[in-house]
Ligand binder design. Structure first.
Ligand SMILES: NC(=O)c1ccc[n+]([C@@H]2O[C@H](COP(=O)([O-])OP(=O)(O)OC[C@H]3O[C@@H](n4cnc5c(N)ncnc54)[C@H](O)[C@@H]3O)[C@@H](O)[C@H]2O)c1
Length: 328
């Protein structure tokens, strides 16, 4: 077992639930989805399954959860345990953040992406029809149990999606995560994210925004919605796009763009754009990104490493999009 702060990584660490539940918890609401690996809960509990997919990541689901908590008699001394991928930990965490103005939450991520990213760092939230993750709260979990045995049933495509976020950490630190065995790879990713989050817990200084590397285009592709991309697959495309944009702005050279392509390939991902994209639509979506404070804003590589860059000219963005390979 590897411990990174309140995060436990290892085969079988779900058995530590009794140890990590906050003192005094009498009842637990397990928020999960149908068909996911189950969990032994050492206290009185109720299992609540929510729907699958981004279309269920809504305020309506949060209302349903909070009503179930109320009917189960949950008090401020009780605890939510979210067992699932990032969708479940985001929604379950947000319900915990708001029920009775906040009760404890423990995350038990069941996807690679959840373990290396979504369950770490305390961001929770839901989507609106106007965009992804537009409503949420910072609500740090009491503990996170990354039990690699929970990944036994994870589909191939979800593994790849998790690799997309890991490729991001590769660029933030230069670490060759692929060289590490799975548990260490997860623990190292967690540590990288925890370090960045600790330096800027509520995203006030720009440091935490670097975790959004590759995400501006990724979110636009996901919101445009027609492309059937998993989050990490979209991030992989977004990372290479960010490199092309940085090159367009003279911040990095062609060799560094090539490194981005090689790393994405090594992590088993496809960096080319889906075909049939409307670049005007992507530009409009990227201008609405949460990082954008009045101008096109990206996280870009450069001489000083990866940093937040504001005031990017739309022409540069168009040129970078035009440089990208397109899927047949
Ligand atoms: N809060 C954050 O900091 C943060 C960071 C990154 C992503 N996210 C959010 O995370 C979400 C994506 O998370 P995700 O990629 O884990 O997707 P997901 O939670 O939608 O899970 C993907 C699919 O895998 C299934 N699944 C989960 N665990 C499984 C298992 N062990 N075996 C078999 N099937 C399993 C799920 O039911 C689902 O169908 C997005 O909503 C994204 O916005 C949040």
């Amino acid at each position: 077992v590897i411990r990174v702060g309140e995060v436990w990584v290892g085969a079988g660490v779900r058995a530590a639930l009794a140890e990590v539940l906050p003192a005094g918890v009498r009842r637990v609401a397990v928020v999960t989805q149908a068909g996911l690996p189950s969990l032994d809960v050492p206290v009185e509990h109720e299992v609540i399954a929510i729907g699958d997919g981004e279309s269920c990541k809504t305020l309506a689901t949060v209302e349903e959860l909070c009503r179930r908590f109320a009917r189960a008699g949950m008090t401020r001394a009780d605890c939510v345990v979210a067992v699932g991928g990032g969708m479940v930990t985001d929604v379950g965490g947000f319900a915990a953040a708001t029920y009775h103005r906040g009760i404890a939450v423990v995350h038990v991520p069941t996807t690679l992406l959840g373990m290396v990213d979504a369950a770490i760092g305390g961001k929770t939230g839901v989507n609106l029809p106007e965009g992804k993750n537009l409503v949420g709260a910072f609500w740090p979990p009491a503990a996170v149990l990354c039990d690699t045995e929970m990944l036994a049933t994870l589909p191939e495509r979800e593994w790849r999606s998790g690799n997309g976020e890991m490729a991001k950490y590769h660029f933030l630190t230069g670490d060759d995560l692929l060289a590490l065995p799975l548990e260490e790879r997860i623990a190292r990713s967690v540590a990288i994210k925890q370090d960045v989050v600790a330096s800027d817990p509520e995203e006030r200084t720009g440091a935490r925004a670097t975790l959004n590397y590759g995400h501006t285009l990724a979110h636009a592709l996901e919101v445009a919605g027609r492309f059937d991309l998993r989050h990490g697959e979209a991030v992989a495309i977004g990372l290479v796009f960010a490199a092309e944009l940085a090159a367009e702005l003279g911040r990095i050279d062609g060799a560094r763009v090539g490194e981005h392509l090689a790393v994405i390939d090594a992590y088993g991902l496809d960096a080319s754009l889906p075909s049939g994209l409307d670049h005007d639509e992507l530009l409009a979506l990227m201008a609405r990104d949460k990082k954008a404070l009045g101008s096109l804003t990206f996280v870009l590589d450069g001489p000083a490493g990866v940093e937040l860059v504001t005031g990017v000219a739309p022409e540069a963005v168009r040129a970078a999009l035009a440089r990208m390979a397109v899927r047949p």
